[in-house]
Design a protein around this ligand. Structure first.
Ligand SMILES: [Fe+2]
Length: 360
């Protein structure tokens, strides 16, 4: 099985964000962004945040990352979280964090309103940090019916990893009828093919890390990532792969029929789908439909990769389903916010917001 092929050319998915006098995306930028979302399931809005705004977001994230009592997210790779390969935590719903989230929503109102009504809940506001030695997530879909946003508060290099998407694999009405009615099957085959390669990539990398001075394995880490019985959907766990207990990728997904189809459709899979890694510049915001195939790659550099993230529901959502995929901070659970609340939130002028951050 060959290596994972990933393109770093994101130009086809980018819209340069132009703001009007009220700080909102201009109708022209909105139109282009919505076309991208329809065609590809994502849009990369460059220069949406100024350097000062991105710095403010980073300072808010640092307050949480440096807090020993931070609220760790309960999804993605918990083993990576345990060994500090990743640090995914929710941000508290305090005025400074809510103000930052509100500013993003207000700036993107004309885009987000196409998907989310005012009464729809803010599912989480979070910070996602990935360190050297993390695993490459399997290609997956998040719980459907959600719009998610990643904001780059500092430059992210290709080596740091960004986020990997498979443009055009979002699940809208009738999408399955495409490609002669084979769209769903071909997308799933492509996901399986990618995940085979990610499984081998992660295993090889862990093997190499055993004698590695740069990202040495912690005591017990190799066993926990390869042979643990604990739940974790994004490790190259052989035990859970063989026993079929990993819903993202296991031997169950690789029956003889699937292997035959992977062979039979190998040319179509190569030509129809493409993995694209988006390693954004500071101030860039990525919007994507949660049902788009994507993965958080491993960080292959010694510099931590940090993103600000938030998700808003597009429909009513069952609490259990919500908490399976998103980790709201207890302060957000206690005092929920909707998309409308964020649109109505009075965002303080810059000096007061900085003051807020410093005194929070
Ligand atoms: Fe995800």
């Amino acid at each position: 099985m060959s290596e994972l092929k990933v393109s770093n050319d994101t130009s086809a998915f980018e819209v340069h964000a132009v703001l009007d006098e009220r700080g909102k995306l201009t109708p022209e930028s909105v139109g282009r962004a919505l076309s991208m979302m329809d065609a590809h399931g994502l849009v990369v809005l460059t220069n949406l945040l100024s350097d000062e705004e991105a710095d403010l977001g980073l300072s808010l994230m640092r307050q949480t990352i440096e807090d020993p009592d931070r609220e760790r997210s309960s999804f993605a790779s918990e083993t990576d979280n345990r060994y500090l390969r990743r640090d995914f935590c929710s941000l508290p719903a305090n005025p400074a964090v809510t103000g930052f989230a509100a500013q993003l929503c207000q700036r993107l109102e004309r885009v987000l309103s196409e998907y989310c009504g005012r009464s729809r809940p803010l599912l989480e506001v979070a910070t996602f940090t990935s360190y050297l030695g993390s695993s490459h997530q399997y290609v997956h879909r998040d719980p459907s019916g959600v719009i998610s946003l990643f904001a780059a508060v500092e430059d992210v290099s290709d080596q740091q990893g960004g986020t990997v998407f498979v443009p055009g694999t979002h699940m809208y009405g009738g999408a399955g009828n495409n490609l002669g009615g084979q769209a769903n099957e071909l997308m799933e085959l492509f996901r399986t093919q990618c995940n085979c390669r990610i499984f081998l990539h992660n295993l090889k990398k862990l093997w190499r890390m055993q004698g590695d001075g740069q990202a040495p394995l912690a005591p017990g880490e190799f066993l926990d990532r390869v042979f643990s019985t604990k739940w974790d959907q994004h490790q190259p766990n052989l035990l859970r792969f063989v026993s079929g207990k990993n819903s993202q990728f296991s031997l169950r997904t690789l029956g003889p029929r699937t292997l035959w189809k992977l062979y039979r459709h190998r040319v179509a899979l190569r030509d129809l789908f493409q993995l694209v890694q988006i390693a954004p510049r500071k101030g860039t915001v990525i919007l994507y439909r949660s049902d788009l195939l994507h993965a958080g790659p491993d960080n292959r550099s010694p510099h931590p990769r940090r993103f600000f993230g938030m998700s808003i529901a597009r429909d009513i959502i069952e609490t259990k389903y919500w908490h399976d995929g998103y980790s709201p901070h207890p302060t957000l659970t206690a005092d929920p916010l909707t998309f409308g609340d964020l649109l109505d939130f009075t965002v303080a002028p810059e000096p007061a917001r900085v003051l807020n951050v410093r005194t929070a």
